[in-house]
Design a protein. Structure first.
Length: 369
């Protein structure tokens, strides 16, 4: 009988061990999925932000009658001067050197480009069906395409009275999105398959990796070396399986799709183990602040604050009741969290006494007559 009990006990221990291991594995998968989804939300947020900015610039520039006049007169030199001057102004006033402008004629041949006065009469690539749609429907389109230069493209019709005379296109390089992600300690490399990338002078001097071209100039060399250190099997898994977790880092891959839904490139990101825990949901208040962002500076403050101990946990009940213990508005998230935890730890009688004490010790003020 004793042997049976021992055997059952051992079997139960084994079963519990495997159950715990299974639950832990499932928990880790859930954390990876949450981190991946949160990174994706942030990336989409930044991409949409840059698409909107590019579209706003394109719409404003397309209203310049001088551009339509230059097209109608066939004055390409004038077209180049206007575009080059405009992008120089963007660099000065928007603090961005990653914005470029190009004008297509109605027949979809390049009329003028802001970065090179010699690019003339080049036919738009056949895969740019979005440009054909603009000629037909006369509606703006924002997308990401691999035509020179690779990046976010906002294309709008140039109208003269009720007729379309050309298309103005603003391209924003993805370096700006990479910089925005870096503010959250997310390093990013943008990869495009070499065979689908045109002879893009903007990135041809950048490194190559397993048949891909790095297209963002602001890539992190240490991160690139980490990618190079992966075996080809692990690299391919990262591309196709969306994420890869090591002991110290979390790699995630996001496909870049054009207006037809075709994948034209990949964002590959890396998080430290500490930042992975944050994006896996450890700091829900921080994530809420990121995904409803109003001010990047404020979001970075919250990111840094989340890495430190909450100083408001040291407040006593008496300090909480005092008006002079109220924090700055930007610290309300952490103050409320600490106060909630403190009050939750009190018993029912302690809470009643606290309310009564607060009532009888209210500050009394008024005019002395």
């Amino acid at each position: 009988m004793k042997r049976v009990v021992i055997a059952l006990t051992i079997a139960l221990l084994f079963a519990l061990t495997f159950l715990v291991m299974g639950l832990n594995k499932e928990r880790q998968i859930t954390k990876k999925n949450i981190a991946y989804d949160n990174l994706n939300k942030l990336l989409i947020n930044f991409l949409d932000n840059q698409k909107l900015q590019a579209l706003s610039i394109a719409l404003a520039l397309s209203k310049d009658r001088a551009i339509a006049d230059a097209i109608l007169r066939g004055d390409r030199a004038r077209g180049y001067t206007i575009l080059n001057s405009a992008t120089s102004s963007f660099a000065e006033h928007l603090n961005s050197t990653n914005i470029y402008a190009q004008v297509y004629q109605k027949g979809l041949k390049v009329f003028a480009s802001s970065w090179d006065s010699k690019i003339l009469d080049t036919q738009a690539p056949s895969f740019r069906s979005d440009l054909k749609e603009i000629v037909v429907h006369r509606k703006p389109v924002t997308t990401v395409e691999s035509s020179i230069p690779f990046g976010i493209k906002a294309s709008v019709p140039i109208m003269r009275e009720s007729h379309i005379v050309g298309i103005l296109e603003i391209t924003t390089l993805l370096d700006r999105v990479v910089a925005m992600l870096r503010e959250y300690r997310i390093e990013t490399i943008v990869l495009v398959e070499q065979e689908t990338l045109q002879d893009d002078s903007f990135c041809k001097i950048n490194p190559k990796l397993n048949g891909f071209q790095v297209v963002n100039s602001s890539y992190n060399r240490d991160f690139l070396n980490r990618l190079r250190s992966l075996s080809r099997a692990k690299f391919d898994k990262l591309i196709h399986a969306e994420y890869l977790k090591s002991d110290q880092h979390f790699f995630a891959t996001f496909g870049i799709r054009n207006h037809t839904g075709k994948v034209v490139g990949y964002f590959i990101t890396i998080l430290s183990d500490e930042d992975f825990e944050i994006f896996a949901g450890k700091q829900k208040s921080l994530l809420k602040s990121i995904f409803t962002m109003e001010s990047t500076t404020e979001d970075i403050y919250h990111l840094e604050a989340s890495r430190s101990e909450n100083i408001f946990t040291t407040l006593s009940v008496e300090q909480i009741l005092r008006k002079n213990s109220l924090p700055d508005e930007k610290d309300y998230i952490y103050y409320n969290e600490a106060v909630h935890n403190t009050l939750q730890s009190l018993t029912k009688d302690q809470l009643i006494n606290l309310v009564l004490k607060s009532y009888y010790t209210k500050d009394k003020s008024g005019e002395i007559r």
